[in-house]
Design a protein around this ligand. Structure first.
Ligand SMILES: [Zn+2]
Length: 70
């Protein structure tokens, strides 16, 4: 019988008692999933900011970047 530690709430639990492995409960699994989705939602903002910085640079710099990526 293995005792595991829930990555969401940090409490120890018996692995045989939960269907929400590796979490202690379905609730903790949902919380972890929610954190993951929140991180995803921040991504488009970062990309938009990055593109804005690129657009503000002189055309010569942008041309150099294109060559590097090929
Ligand atoms: Zn938990």
């Amino acid at each position: 019988m293995a005792t595991l530690r829930c990555p969401t709430c940090g409490h120890g639990f018996e692995s045989q008692f939960t269907p929400a492995m590796p979490f202690c409960s379905e609730r903790c699994r949902q919380i972890d999933l929610g954190q993951w989705l929140d991180e995803e939602h921040t991504l488009p903002v970062d990309i938009e900011k990055h593109l804005e910085e690129q657009a503000n640079r002189p055309p010569e710099d942008r041309f150099d970047d294109d060559e590097d990526s090929l």
